[in-house]
Design a binder for this molecule. Structure first.
Ligand code: ATP
Ligand code: MN
Length: 466
């Protein structure tokens, strides 16, 4: 082997093939031997969907040494000339001068054979599934989206803020929180029959965060525009295709924004992200459109090519009640919209993304700003085709008295949120924000059906391996 700077396959496939010496390192996808004394080895290194074809003359000395070890799944390094391919299906290939095996993969045992495997099966071998075309493509798109999110906010002078993962406030998702403790559960200290959290690590009961919003508001009230992008935890026992126990959330929070501004930013954000991946991950998206969801590109175009429909909750309820559709969950003013209702509005009624706003106060959290009607709050949800809700947001209550009244009504402890109320006491400002579920976005952009297949290591009820 000659040690030169290794090339990524992505770069080689995109390059004009003037012959040159290259070094490629990757995993063997397939190997085909010809009668004429040649082997055709397809090597993939994850840099792009396609592999590169390496043509080996059986008389090469290094090949003779490892010939039996070059099997699907083995890891190899190859030296050779990058040349124009005479075969079909690729423009360039490598004429191998030397080959080395880093790691073998016993063909009788290697679980990833050339056939198609179900996504359920692949979840059981989550340590090997990144070597499949689909999971590889998902993770490239996911990484690109993360980059595009930072770019979007950076371009608009938002400050990237890291909010805590361990939190002592438990209003938002009381029943849905994972507790964090160092107490020995078998002999937890008690005080008057109840667990004595004063003796726990933090001296009080703590949990994993369900949202960074409240802390985000603190920094928006000083830096004007911030966003968080971090892990979020919800112990909701819902075994659906759109819920994880551990997921990533993006939460911008903006001083001086009202609900309209908030909806405008959400729309611009989604359109920006989707345009970015369409431009930068075209091969992967074509693959998804071909193999995973034939409507994928059409759905992405619905987002980039339309102004989002903005409709009041009350009007949405009217439309749903008048509809001929048989819903599993009946619709009444005051009810939470189910995924079937959301999809009906997006896919049947408007055929483009829809933002529903001004929800009944009873189904929304304490921090949302009351409307003058006295019965709705300035909340909004962005709904996409196929998926339903991808973003939830609101204008926050910035008036101390109104906020205190609403907290009392909803039985939220005002003492515990003294700091949140202080923000309304000192230099309060109108502000708004939203939360985007990052995996929901990846799901939408890739067409993948199950959210468990768009995160490297999914956590769901009874599943925390790897
Ligand atoms: P849903 O009604 O779909 O359960 P939610 O209303 O509880 O969502 P929010 O609290 O509004 O969710 O959270 C903001 C965003 O985070 C949602 O719009 C969604 O994209 C995402 N999200 C919420 N819960 C989950 C979850 N368990 N797994 C993955 N993403 C989630
Ligand atoms: Mn929501």
């Amino acid at each position: 082997m000659i040690k030169i700077k290794a090339s990524k396959i992505k770069e080689l496939l995109a390059s004009q093939a003037h012959p040159r010496e290259v070094l490629v390192q990757g995993w063997v996808r397939t190997r085909r031997d010809s009668k004429g004394g040649f082997s055709f080895i397809e090597i993939n290194d994850g840099s792009c969907l396609k592999g590169i074809q390496a043509v080996v003359d059986h008389s090469i000395a290094s090949f003779k040494k490892c010939e039996a070890e070059i099997t699907t799944g083995s890891c190899v390094a190859i030296n050779g000339q990058l040349v124009v391919s005479e075969g079909k299906g690729q423009s360039v290939e490598i004429k191998v001068s030397a080959i080395k095996v880093y790691g073998t993969a016993d063909p009788d045992k290697y679980p990833l054979q050339k056939k198609r495997h179900s996504f359920e099966f692949l979840r059981e071998i989550a340590h090997l599934r990144p070597r499949t075309n689909t999971i590889g493509a998902v993770m490239r798109v996911r990484a690109r989206l993360a980059f595009a999110i930072h770019r979007f906010f950076n371009d608009r002078d938002f400050i990237y803020l890291n909010t805590p993962i361990i939190t002592a406030s438990d209003c938002e998702g009381a029943g849905e929180m994972f507790q964090v403790t160092t107490l020995d559960l078998d002999k937890a200290p008690r005080n008057g029959g109840k667990i004595d959290y004063a003796q726990d690590f933090f001296g009080k009961k703590t949990s994993l965060t369900v949202s960074g919003q409240l802390e985000g508001e603190i920094y928006a009230m000083a830096l004007s525009r911030i966003y968080t992008f971090g892990p979020t935890f919800r112990a909701e026992n819902s075994n659906t295709k759109r819920h994880l126990a551990e997921f990533w959330m993006v939460e911008p929070e903006m001083a001086f924004y009202d609900l309209d501004d908030d909806m405008g930013l959400a729309e611009e954000f989604l359109q920006f992200l989707i345009r970015d991946v369409m431009e930068n991950c075209a091969d992967d998206l074509d693959f998804f459109n071909e193999r995973i969801d034939k409507n994928l590109l059409a759905n992405l175009n619905l987002v980039t090519g339309n102004e989002f429909e903005r409709i009041r909750y009350t009007d949405a309820i009217h439309i749903l009640k008048k509809s001929e559709e048989k819903f599993v969950y009946p619709v009444e003013w005051g009810c939470n919209l189910q995924s079937e209702h959301e999809r009906h509005l997006v896919e049947k009624v408007f055929n483009k993304p829809v933002i529903i706003f001004n929800y009944p106060e009873d189904i929304k959290p304490f921090y949302m700003k009351m409307n003058e009607d006295g019965e709705t709050v300035r909340a909004m949800d962005v709904l996409l085709p196929r998926l339903g809700e991808i973003i939830g947001g609101s204008q926050r209550e910035d008036d101390l008295d109104a906020l205190t009244a609403r907290m009392k009504k909803l039985d939220v402890d005002t003492d515990e949120y003294w700091w949140y109320l202080d923000l309304r006491r000192y230099g309060s400002a109108p502000h708004a924000g939203f939360g985007l579920g990052f995996e929901r976005l990846v799901q939408f952009v890739t067409g993948m059906e199950n959210i468990r297949d768009v995160i490297p290591f999914p956590r769901t009820p009874n599943h925390a391996s790897f």
